[in-house]
Write a protein that binds this ligand. Structure first.
Ligand SMILES: [Fe+2]
Length: 249
């Protein structure tokens, strides 16, 4: 009995582990067929035609947002030391209903409809609406950023960059599959987009437009304050037509 227990407890040698591990196959049997399922789209386009007018139209919203936060910024600087506006992001109130942004809204609404259609959704009985749209500018003194988040209760979200460069912040999208992220392994080459990738970043420049499903987690890396960084952000939702009450007058 004692002899049997001793045998069971015997530690395997490296050679024995090598023989039973998955890497022990001397040659890959053959090239397997592969299919990609449950893909996550991100669309981008460069549409600089809106930039000048929308920067002008956005100025008053950014100024108002700076005024709103001034009291809090002054309080912080008085209490902890003067860092000016460092670390802040100045978010506007809603842009919905402002005629200066109507052309962009029409572009976004029509495009979002087309993208949901392209994804394979049947929109016969749904109508796509922009539910939220706002403009924001990161702090002049750096430190502006967005932590990782998704946009709830929506279908398509997006960005339109008004002030940006290679020196400013940029968006990063992350793998929405929590189960995959939990079991990731080190990547062979992080500069390549592969099945092992869990983050994708986009360069921001004025006029660049990005659309993505609202479930996509995204963040903005810390801006260093070298140059202004401003963009419009929005959410679209496809609403059942039966739920929309039209005014017949
Ligand atoms: Fe966002």
């Amino acid at each position: 009995m004692k002899k049997k227990q001793k045998k069971a407890r015997k530690v395997k040698t490296q050679k024995e582990f090598d023989n039973i591990s998955c890497g022990s196959a001397k040659a890959f049997p053959k090239q397997l067929g592969r299919a990609d399922y449950f893909k996550c789209p991100v669309w981008s386009a460069d549409e600089p035609s809106f930039v000048d007018d929308l920067n002008k139209a956005s100025d008053k919203y950014i100024e108002a947002a700076k005024k709103t936060l001034k009291k809090d910024i002054d309080k912080r600087n008085k209490e902890f030391g003067d860092k000016k506006d460092m670390g802040h992001v100045f978010h506007s109130t809603t842009l919905m209903g402002d005629p200066n942004f109507l052309d962009l809204q029409n572009y976004i609404g029509a495009t979002s409809h087309n993208l949901l259609d392209e994804m394979g959704f049947d929109l016969t009985n749904h109508q796509v609406f922009i539910t939220e749209m706002w403009v924001q500018e990161f702090a002049k003194n750096g430190g502006g950023h967005h932590t990782l988040h998704t946009h709830w209760n929506g279908h398509i979200s997006g960005f339109y960059f008004l002030k940006a460069s290679e020196k400013t912040s940029r968006p990063i999208f992350e793998d929405p599959r929590a189960g995959n992220v939990m079991n990731l392994l080190p990547e062979k080459d992080r500069s390549k987009i592969t099945y092992a990738s869990s983050q994708i970043n986009y360069e921001a420049k004025p006029g660049r437009m990005i659309f993505f499903p609202s479930y996509m987690p995204h963040q903005y890396i810390v801006d260093m304050g070298y140059e202004p960084f401003r963009f419009i952000h929005w959410n679209c939702q496809a609403i059942p037509k039966g739920a929309v009450q039209w005014n017949q007058k």
